[in-house]
Design a protein around this ligand. Sequence first.
Ligand SMILES: *Cc1c(COP(=O)(O)O)cnc(C)c1O
Length: 305
Amino acid sequence: MTFFNTVKSSTNQSLDILEGHRITVKREDLIHSVVSGNKFRKLKYNFEEYLLNDNPTVLSFGGAFSNHLAATAYAGKIGNVPTLGIVRGEEWENKVEQSSTLNFCQNQGMELRFVSRAVYREKEKGNLVKELRSKTRNLFILPEGGTNELAVKGCEEILTEADQEFDTICSCVGTGGTIAGLINSASSQQFVLGFNALNNPEVSNTILNFTQKENWRLESNYTFGGYAKVSAELIVFMNNFYQQYQIPLDPIYTGKMLFGIFDLIKRKKWSWGKNILVIHSGGLQGIRPMNLQLKKKRLPLLNYG
Ligand SMILES: *Cc1c(COP(=O)(O)O)cnc(C)c1O
């Protein structure tokens, strides 16, 4: 599929040496002009599989800022695959225009269904999917966040031969698919440190499902209270980071991870290697809808993106 051939390989960008630690950012956010970062990697083999089947419809799930829904909608449009998105929160039905993510999904031709949080929680097990299955021929269900075996396979392509020089690899963790791919492709001398972006007690099990190795750990002290929660301190850090390095970070994942890395090193709590590769997994489409939320809460805004 041509869409997935348009991926550029990502470049590594060095930051300053921070207290003896060499930090390099892998700019996965730049691999595609519309769908940046890991969601692209996660869809690649999934969409290749779909296209082997006849006329599938792709169903997936996400919140009003979901990078995964946006990526799926776009891939569907380019690949001529109908897409259906189940959105968490009925209230969004009447305010789609307040989420540039949902707007984008609709503009790509994705059909959106809005459901309550209770229905969403039961999404795969409940009646919703059963009903859709009975109405739609050849329905392919991509899990929330896109994490499955083929997604992990796609994420195994993030690290290259040249990246063997790094001793520590840092990744954001949501559903765990991305870090599982990194763990699988890292060498046995490399250590993979994941930064949880939300409180998800199940995530270690997901990672263990997709990888056999043990050279990894999760850091859970930088979730900022949960998924898509932010503080003024985090926003100020991200704005300063952009000013210093011209690297835009997203507020849900990569901003929290870099805050954590800098904080641990500065407080001399970093117990990992000193030659660090940080995976910038993208997610930049989430900046605009987040700024709307920040404005409502009278918090500082992200001044880039
Ligand atoms: C979804 C996402 C992640 C988390 O990936 P998982 O595979 O769900 O752990 C990290 N960074 C960004 C920018 C994302 O959009």
